[in-house]
Design a protein around this ligand. Structure first.
Ligand SMILES: [Zn+2]
Length: 268
């Protein structure tokens, strides 16, 4: 039973990972997301067997079937990342235990079990999309951020989070990024990052988690920035895509949130 459900989660991760690659490309090109997949290099329509997550990349040896040009590593990597996170959140929901059918059945009957799992899986998927999109195109797409924000507000309300806690977290995060936006006159970070702040607040209405997400984004971002400058890949004053690190920070807060907090409080 547990194996079957785990297999379903893996297949779901592969399918949604594959969909996020397609979504990222079409959002960038501002195309409709309906319609058959095609090779971004030669525009030829792909058959279903060119579209199997990870496997197609392997048996095509990383090249398009038609034009033989190299397919970006982004495709299998994103598919694997989404699948890996799905698997992690699923196993975390089971507290990393092997459950026999009976105890699994009891767990699945718990109120809100599915809602918590759904929230984590959607968060994983959305953050991967934001991460890759910002990394590749230095953009945060509002077509992803707005619906996701609405989704997390609704699901957190369903899960019993007090409405003004959500509102407060969203306001504080937006204020934080909005102030920086004004102070740097939009050079330090983009308008998209303010919307992203609202999304983070909606996803992490617990202020401790929110602070961890934003703080770790800045810490990791600074280290990466310094490393890039030291290695000569970037110069002072060149832009780093903040959304990349905020997406990582949000995932980090979801995965390690409580552990980091405990460690943090022990320092005082
Ligand atoms: Zn091609």
């Amino acid at each position: 039973m547990m194996l079957i459900l785990t297999a379903i989660i893996i297949l779901l991760g592969l399918a949604l990972g594959s969909f996020s690659n397609c979504l990222i490309w079409r959002l960038y090109k501002q195309e409709s997301i309906i319609g058959r997949s095609y090779c971004p290099l030669c525009q030829k329509k792909l058959s279903w067997y060119h579209n199997i997550p990870v496997l197609s990349f392997l048996f095509l040896k990383g090249r398009c079937h038609f034009c033989k040009q190299k397919i970006s590593w982004q495709y299998p990597l994103v598919e694997l990342a989404v699948t890996g996170l799905f698997l992690f959140f699923w196993l975390a929901a089971l507290k990393f235990q092997y459950l026999d059918s009976e105890s699994l059945f009891l767990l699945l009957q718990r109120p809100n079990f599915y809602l918590y799992l759904l929230k984590d899986l959607v968060a994983a998927w959305v953050m991967i999309v934001i991460f890759v999109f910002d990394l590749r195109y230095y953009l945060v797409s509002n077509l992803v951020v707005w619906p996701a924000t609405l989704f997390f507000i609704i699901i957190n309300l369903y899960l019993g989070v007090i409405w003004w806690h959500i509102l407060l977290a969203m306001a504080l995060a937006a204020l934080f990024f909005g102030t920086q936006y004004l102070l740097t006159r939009g050079r330090g970070l983009g308008e998209g990052d303010i919307w992203l702040g609202l999304l983070l607040g909606a996803l992490l209405p617990n202020l401790n988690s929110l602070i961890i997400a934003i703080l770790s984004a800045y810490v990791v971002g600074s280290f990466v920035g310094i490393a890039l400058i030291a290695s000569g890949h970037k110069s002072w004053g060149s832009k780093l895509p903040l959304g990349v690190f905020l997406a990582l920070g949000a995932l980090g807060a979801l995965i390690w949130g409580e552990n980091i907090l405990q460690y943090y409080w022990r320092l005082f």
